[in-house]
Structure formats: structure tokens, C-alpha cells
Design a protein around this ligand. Structure first.
Ligand code: GLV
Length: 333
């Protein structure tokens, strides 16, 4: 019998079972084969007895305790009788069909230092670019024009608003505050971050937007946040405001953003995520002089950091300690 009182499964790793007397635990990785190969090397050095398999090499489905995936194929999770935890390989879980995960199995978001640092770095780059008018300077360069030296707004007078104050939004807010920007953040439930003015709940949204010169979206994509950056939200920002989207493309009503850019109400947008990735050829954002597009690169899970984060959670799980970053199925993040 194993810890959970189950009969030992018959599987390929029987040799290890014979040696240790414990049924080996298998983690199935569904995603990039390169990362899977590294995790096959790294994870067993961090979690004794753990065996990593790379989809579609499932082996004995009954031996799989953990799945680490971005978007597992429909039906896979429900077909694993001893599945105990699902790890998202990204910070978001909107790409995972939560209704496909058995109700008793927790889903854990990826929060690891490399990913968070990437998000902070990108937010700093994008906010500084908008703050210093770089989209205008790039457009002038393309036209062979030297351009004008715009007056520089002092950082304490530039109001940055972070949409979403979770693990990533909080880190982004603190990092931007270290530049002396006037940073505020909005979240559904109250948060407190040193040097950051915080707003919570729908009733405060209008006030948050009205004081935001550059809006940085880091919200999770859920039914409650889909399309949240639409005409009404954009209209509440001060004229000429900037938008940085490092959340999800589904947060933005792109037609409304285009109108706001064309009318000058929104001065510039730096978009790392879009409704379709890549955007279709001919989409107006490709050539828009006040839009900078990047291909969903802001924060990616570092292979070693991701392995360490998953290992730590498996060890917690083995000890019977609470997992961290567990998705609330109701809230969807
Ligand atoms: C990337 O977008 C992630 O969710 O980690």
C-alpha cells in the first residue's frame, strides 16, 4: 500500500518501487519537449523518487500523481485515477479548462522568481517608454524626422495605475514605485503595498482610472475581467493616457482601443498580448504608429525556477502542508 492506502500501481518504474518499498510518484509534463527533458533531469534531484514523463508517453495512467501543463488535451486529466495536483506551467490558468479538472484536484499557478522578474522588467520598460514618449520618437525616426525634445514629466508627477495586485501585480507596483512614479493599484479585494496607493472593488474603479496616466494591466483573465478594458474604462482615463497590456488579450476590447488611439484619447499602447496571437495579417495594430506589439514575451517561466517551484509544492503536498497559489475555482484564478 502507498501513503494513501492504495495498492501499488504496476508501471515501468517497478524497479525503484522494489528498491524503496514506496510506489514512485509520476509527474506528467504536457508542453515543450525541451522543458520536459530538463525537468526529467532536474525534478528527480529535488524530489526523491519522482519520475517525470513527457506527454504523450503517459505510461501507466494510474501511476500519475501530478500533471504540469499549459493546456492539457481535453479528457486527459479526468482519465488519471490517482491524479493529486495539476500545476499550470504559467502564471495564468485561463488556458486550462478548469471544468476538465476533477473537483478534488487542486490547480496551482506558477509563481517563480524568473517569471515575476520578467513581468517587472517588461512593465518597467513599457512604462518608461510611454513616460518618455518613445513611440512618438520611433515614428519620427521612421519618417526621417529628428523630432522635438518634449518637456519631461517628473516621475512623481506621472501616475501609474496597476490593474491587478496579485503576486505579479504587487511586484510590478513595488518595482515601479522604486522609480518614484506615483503608483496606485486596483484589485477586487483590499491589498496593502508600501509606497503604493491601493483601490479595491468596483466602487473605486472610476476614481482609480481617473488618476491613471499609464494603465498597466496584470489582471487574471476570468469571466469577471474579460473585456474590462473597453470603451467605458478607456473613457475614464485622462486624455492622452497610455496602456500597457501584460495580462491577456481578452481583457481589451480592441475595436474600442483602436477608436481611442485614433481619437487621441489614448496616447499609446504597448501590447504584449492580443485577442489572437499572433494577430491576423492586416490587423490595424500591426502598423499603428502609436502601438508597439511584442509576441507574448513579458514573463516566461524559467526552467530551473519552475522546477524548484513545482518541487517545493510537491514536498509540501507530501508533508501534508497547504499548497500555495491554489486556484479558486469560483473566481477562476
Ligand atoms: C504567461 O502568460 C503566463 O501565464 O505565465
Amino acid at each position: 500500500m502507498d501513503r494513501a492506502g492504495r495498492a501499488p500501481p504496476v508501471h515501468a518504474a517497478r524497479g525503484l518501487y522494489v528498491l524503496t518499498g514506496q510506489a514512485p510518484e509520476v509527474l506528467l509534463h504536457v508542453g515543450s519537449p525541451a522543458r520536459g527533458a530538463r525537468w526529467q533531469e532536474l525534478l528527480p534531484t529535488l524530489v526523491s523518487g519522482l519520475i517525470v514523463r513527457q506527454w504523450p508517453d503517459v505510461g501507466d495512467p494510474a501511476a500519475i500523481r501530478y500533471v504540469a501543463a499549459w493546456a492539457p488535451p481535453a479528457g486527459l486529466l479526468a482519465s488519471l485515477p490517482h491524479l493529486e495536483v495539476v500545476f499550470s506551467v504559467g502564471a495564468g490558468v485561463d488556458h486550462l479548462d478548469l471544468s476538465d479538472v476533477p473537483a478534488h484536484v487542486p490547480v496551482v499557478r506558477m509563481i517563480e522568481p524568473g517569471l515575476v522578474r520578467g513581468m517587472e522588467e517588461y512593465a518597467v520598460f513599457a512604462v518608461l517608454a510611454l513616460h518618455r514618449g518613445m513611440l512618438g520618437h520611433i515614428a519620427q525616426q521612421r519618417q526621417g524626422a529628428w523630432g522635438d525634445a518634449d518637456p519631461v514629466t517628473a516621475t512623481p508627477a506621472r501616475r501609474i495605475g496597476i490593474f491587478g495586485l496579485g503576486a505579479i501585480g504587487g511586484a510590478v507596483a513595488a518595482r515601479l514605485a522604486s522609480f518614484d512614479f506615483a503608483v496606485a493599484g486596483w484589485s477586487r479585494s483590499p491589498r496593502s503595498i508600501d509606497g503604493v496607493e491601493t483601490f479595491a472593488g468596483d466602487a473605486t474603479l472610476a476614481a482609480f482610472l481617473a488618476r491613471t496616466d499609464i494603465l498597466v494591466n496584470v489582471l487574471p483573465l476570468t469571466d469577471a475581467t474579460r473585456g474590462i478594458i473597453g470603451a467605458a474604462t478607456l473613457a475614464r482615463l485622462p486624455r492622452g493616457a497610455g496602456l500597457v497590456n501584460i495580462g491577456r488579450g481578452g481583457h481589451v476590447d480592441e475595436a474600442a482601443l483602436l477608436l481611442a488611439l485614433d481619437s487621441g484619447h489614448v496616447g499609446g499602447a504597448i501590447l504584449d498580448v492580443t485577442s489572437r496571437e499572433p494577430l491576423p495579417a492586416g490587423h490595424p495594430f500591426w502598423q499603428h504608429p502609436r502601438v508597439l506589439l511584442t509576441p507574448h514575451i513579458a514573463g516566461t517561466t524559467d526552467v530551473s525556477g519552475g522546477a524548484a517551484a513545482i518541487a517545493e509544492q510537491i514536498l509540501r503536498h507530501r508533508r501534508g502542508d497547504a499548497l500555495t497559489g491554489v486556484v479558486d475555482r469560483q473566481a477562476g484564478y
